[in-house]
Design a protein around this ligand. Structure first.
Ligand SMILES: [Mg+2]
Length: 119
């Protein structure tokens, strides 16, 4: 499985990586990006099976990256991972086609659930 993790904070990226079970990690390739522009570039380059995407990032935010990725690939499996989400932003993210919105810090059992939908 190819997993793309995009967040401008190193700690947030590390927290997601840490919570991916070892058996999945061992059979997967994990790719990391630090802003929305990189999310789009990496998505097109690697075609990940699943993407974990932060919202608030420099250069290009997660809303815009999600919009571009979903236009490029209508089957893109993108989960937005964010600290705090207002109802309006939630509606916008779902309208843009995210598969889910997860609150930081995402816990391991939730990651396992999400990854199980891909395998
Ligand atoms: Mg951020």
């Amino acid at each position: 499985m190819k997993i793309l993790i995009v967040d401008d904070t190193k700690l947030s990226r590390a927290m997601i990586i840490k919570r991916i079970p070892d058996n999945v990690k061992n059979s997967s390739k994990i790719f990391l990006g630090t802003n929305g522009r990189e999310a789009v570039e990496l998505y097109k380059e690697i075609k990940p099976d699943i993407t974990f995407l932060d919202l608030t990032m420099p250069e290009m935010d997660g809303f815009k990256a999600l919009e571009i990725i979903r236009a490029y690939d209508p089957d893109a499996q993108v989960y937005v991972v964010t600290a705090d989400i207002q109802a309006k932003a939630r509606e916008r993210i779902i309208a843009l086609g995210a598969k889910g919105i997860e609150k930081k810090p995402i816990d391991e059992s939730r990651i396992v659930q999400i990854l199980a939908t891909i395998q």
